[in-house]
Design a protein around this ligand. Structure first.
Ligand code: DAH
Length: 339
């Protein structure tokens, strides 16, 4: 019995010491200490011993068991340490590597300018009104006093859906919708997309406009001039000046073209302003009485001014962009510059 125990002890010590994984160690545990393991079998064998030898033999087997358990405990802690080191090595984070950055998008230059325009005018008390892009001839032309034979109604300029429905050619269509819906005082700003059958370096079939309309008692061209002076100072700097030139629009009478002093040469004349010192930025005027009356507003009591500007045109001036098509090509090299 004693020899048997010594052999098992030596064998267990050797095998446990050589085990190099938790898996092997677990298998060895079964082999020695499991239900039908070698130590358990020894205990079972006690039955066959003479009675008087049993206590002594039992003690020997129990000591063997304790000894083997000791081998296991020792080896387990060594293996766990090794495994921990391995995990630490394979899952190590190299904090010296450059971080992963997410590329951030940015607002489109047209949106930037649109927001600036909205800020400037809402700061002066204008409310935003957005009309539909698919519009009726009635709002886009007829109610704005644009006669049947006006060139803007030509198939060349307007995208028609059918005889009465079209893609709006101007945000001015919104003026009519507002005046039919609301009684004065009216002070609205209407930004949005407009469509014309035009395509070259300075024209795009889709572009953006910003319409303004003020209707109240006693509104004159002076109010228009004052508002646009203020707007130009906000948009182009404190030194910006405006001038009005006579013009014609069917829905305003009198009508004006508004120029801003050239921000490049400050009036001396340069390439940007074609030597004139001024740059045209928008059309405007006093709302034609026919338009007011058509919308049910008494033109003897009320008067109004309106203006409409191209947002691209303002962006082109502000950012000095040579070709309108750059706005729509989605070239990131261009768009990134406005971050
Ligand atoms: N709708 C005009 C255009 O597209 C711009 C314009 C001119 C708007 C005069 C107005 C205005 O409100 O009064 O060219």
């Amino acid at each position: 019995m004693k020899e048997k125990i010594q052999v098992i002890s030596a064998q267990a010590k050797l095998e446990i010491t050589n085990a190099d994984s938790v898996k092997i160690l677990t298998d060895l545990k079964v082999k020695y200490l499991g239900k039908s393991g070698m130590v358990t079998e020894l205990l079972k064998g006690m039955r066959d011993l003479p009675k008087e030898e049993r206590p002594n033999a039992g003690k020997l087997v129990n000591d063997l068991r304790a000894e083997i358990e000791g081998f296991f405990a020792e080896k387990e802690s060594v293996l766990k340490e090794i495994e921990l080191q391995k995990t630490l090595e394979t899952e190590a984070i190299d904090i010296t590597l450059p971080g992963k950055t997410n590329k951030l998008g940015a607002l489109h230059p047209i949106t930037l300018i649109k927001n600036e325009l909205i800020d400037a005018f809402t700061g002066m008390g204008f409310e935003i009104f957005e009309g539909p892009e698919i519009e009726e001839d009635y709002y886009n032309f007829k109610m704005l006093n644009i006669p049947e034979d006006h060139p803007a109604r030509d198939m060349q300029d307007t995208f028609y859906v059918n005889d009465n429905i079209l893609l709006r050619t101007q945000t001015s269509a919104g003026q009519v919708r507002v005046m039919l819906d609301k009684k004065p005082p009216i002070k609205i700003l209407s930004p949005g997309k407009v469509y014309r059958s035009d395509d070259d370096a300075s024209h795009s079939p889709i572009f953006h406009q910003m319409e303004g309309l003020v209707v109240d008692k006693g509104i004159t061209l002076c109010d228009l001039k004052g508002t646009l002076d203020e707007f130009c100072k906000i948009m182009f700097g404190k030194d910006a000046k405006t001038r009005l030139r006579p013009s014609y629009f069917p829905f305003t009478e009198p009508s004006v073209e508004v120029d801003v002093s050239c921000s490049e040469c400050h009036g001396k004349g340069c390439k940007l302003c074609k030597g004139t010192g001024w740059i045209e930025i928008l059309g405007a005027g006093i709302v034609n009485k026919k338009v007011l009356e058509g919308c049910g507003i008494d033109s003897e009591v009320y008067s109004g001014y309106a203006f409409g500007m191209g947002i691209e045109r303002i962006a082109i001036l502000k950012y000095k962009i040579p070709d309108i098509r750059l706005f729509y090509e989605n070239d990131l090299r261009f768009l990134k510059q406005f971050k």
